[in-house]
Design a protein around this ligand. Structure first.
Ligand SMILES: Cc1ncc(C[n+]2csc(CCOP(=O)(O)OP(=O)(O)O)c2C)c(N)n1
Length: 540
């Protein structure tokens, strides 16, 4: 990340050898400016207010009406801008509300620099109102580093360290708890150093991997979110084409890393060990790029890969490399790693794999989620970005809404609901001028419905499509896996999403039948501001 110029840097006083009248606040805002962290996602409380005294005009504060929304927006923004996002939470209670999406940011490998207020140091021994006991322990284990500086003057150094740790692979959230009286204390300016974030893999193992790839008869590539995060889209296409390899998407991938319209695209691996082995059957070499091997959702048994196959694994996460049960793992950045694979010897001649058979187009006799997704695919503006959180519609989406352009799909890697709706706001904020389409289940929407307010206030061009099926349908489907006749607590009460949107300043429209669908989608896709479309699936 380039270090930024500092327009309003506090004056250095040559006489005393220190900068004159520099407070912790001055030093922290100076650093934030130079790390280009000028957007603060927050929800303020008494213990944070002094941080914002004389709030500088080159910063903006993005208010989330609940902390889960704050962190979800920051996650989308950080992913969209490829820089850490700055979050400010209220001490214990605010951090508590935020934890679900902090977990998701950790699994998404999203760099977040999270600060939280703490009570004044002098009263901490007396357990004051709104203090945080063991503040640094609370967000663990889903932050990579956590600190409450021992002295006020150490706050800027802690912020610098938190930024660099968040940005190191695997990227993730970090946490600094800041006592409320620290902001006015004197401090020294801290250098915004440049710290490299690129990891280059072991050249010997990379040579072994590329030789094996060139010699394989039927290689498969499995791509995960780290490929997209590291901007290695073009490199993966080159690698797949060079080797005529089938390309699968890893289970539960949070980003799109390969064009789903490409003739080598083979499909999505399910999050189930036996089904993964079935899908990869026939491949003698499996090259996993930027994904765990493998994320599963249910217990499974037997081999991890087909008998006789070899597996190589490029990952930017040493922890994932260490628990991977099979094959050779190489810890590397994706761009560098895949470029190293491209230098391999000429691959053997191979027939092109059979193209994926797509489902036939639907007629629209029913307003199913499949039909809705097909129409979104047909009507969405070119270059639009999809953010999804609609669990039982994920499979239909794979079938009917192929994602063909880079950096055009985001979802959560954790399975924790309440991320997608605010993440869409963050993505739109981070990619100004681009159209975002948020496809959200009616159950999922309710975990972070306050995010609509931010989208309306910020006047962002987001089409929120609520798939209204009146239930936690994914749980009904899952019940059969455990042999349950039906699930408890999976029917939703009557919810009026149009009213929920309008109450937050966003226009909304309801679609009950196929006849109104296209017109409503087109209106939402053309609107300069956010709009919500509540789509009743199958007559719900
Ligand atoms: C924070 C959180 N709570 C509960 C769940 C369990 N869960 C998984 S899918 C699901 C249903 C989501 O409903 P909806 O968004 O309407 O999608 P549908 O299942 O109907 O496709 C629930 C509650 C979860 N994944 N995350």
């Amino acid at each position: 990340m380039p270090v930024q110029a500092t327009p309003n840097r506090p004056q250095f006083d040559p006489g005393s050898g220190t900068a004159a009248h520099i407070t912790v606040r001055d030093a922290v805002f100076d650093l934030l400016r130079r790390y280009n962290l000028r957007t603060i996602f927050g929800n303020p409380g008494s213990t944070e207010l002094p941080m914002f005294r004389d709030f500088p005009c080159d910063f903006r504060y993005v208010l989330g009406l609940q902390e889960c929304v704050v962190v979800g927006m920051a996650d989308g923004f950080a992913q969209a801008t490829r820089n850490a996002a700055l979050v400010n939470l209220h001490s214990a209670a605010g951090v508590g509300h935020a934890l679900g999406n902090i977990f998701t940011a950790y699994k998404n490998q999203t760099p977040l620099l999270i600060t939280a207020g703490q009570q004044a140091r002098s009263i901490l021994p007396y357990e004051p109102f709104l203090y945080a006991g063991n503040a640094t322990e609370f967000p663990r284990p889903y932050v990579k580093w956590s600190c409450e500086p021992a002295r006020a003057e150490d706050v800027p150094t802690a912020i610098a360290r938190a930024y660099h740790v968040a940005m190191q692979a695997p990227c993730g959230p970090t946490f600094v708890s800041i006592p409320v009286d620290d902001w006015e204390r004197p401090a020294a300016l801290t250098e915004a150093r440049r710290v490299s974030t690129t990891i280059s893999g072991d050249p010997v193992l990379l040579a072994e991997a590329r030789n094996a790839l060139s010699q394989a008869e039927h290689p498969a590539i499995v791509v995960g979110a780290s490929v997209a995060r590291d901007g290695a889209w073009d490199e993966v296409i080159c690698l797949a084409e060079r080797h005529r390899a089938s390309v699968w998407v890893s289970p539960m991938s949070g980003r799109n890393s390969f064009p789903e319209s490409h003739r080598l695209f083979a499909g999505f691996l399910p999050a189930n060990r036996e089904k993964i082995v079935d899908s990869l059957n026939g491949h003698d070499l499996i090259m996993v790029l930027g994904a765990p091997v493998f994320t599963v959702h249910v217990e499974g048994f037997g081999p991890f890969i087909p008998a006789g196959a070899q597996l190589f694994h490029l990952t930017d996460d040493p922890a994932i490399a260490s628990w991977t049960p099979v094959g050779v793992s190489i810890v590397t950045g994706m761009k560098l790693g895949i470029r190293a694979l491209l230098e391999g010897p000429q691959p053997r001649r191979r027939p092109a794999p059979k193209p994926l058979v797509r489902p036939a187009p639907l007629s629209g006799a029913r307003l199913s989620d499949r039909y809705l997704l097909q129409q979104i695919a047909a009507l969405r503006p070119p270059g639009s970005i999809i953010v999804e959180e609609a669990p039982s519609s994920r499979g239909p989406m794979h079938d009917h809404l192929p994602i063909a352009e880079k950096d055009s799909f985001y979802t959560c890697a954790s399975g924790g609901l309440g991320h997608g709706l605010p993440a869409a706001v963050g993505v739109a904020l981070g990619r100004p001028g681009e159209r975002v389409i948020a496809i959200i289940g009616d159950g999922s929407a309710m975990y972070a419905i306050q995010g609509l307010s931010a989208a309306a206030q910020l006047e962002l061009p987001i089409a929120f499509i609520i798939i209204k099926n009146g239930s936690y349908e994914a749980l009904n489907e899952f019940a059969s896996h455990f042999g349950l006749a039906q699930s408890v607590g999976s029917r939703l009460p009557q919810l009026d999403f149009c009213a929920l949107a309008q109450a937050q300043g966003m226009p909304a429209t309801r679609v009950i039948g196929v006849a109104e669908l296209d017109r409503s989608l087109q209106a939402a896709f053309a609107s300069e501001r956010s709009m919500l479309v509540e789509v009743h699936i199958d007559g719900t």
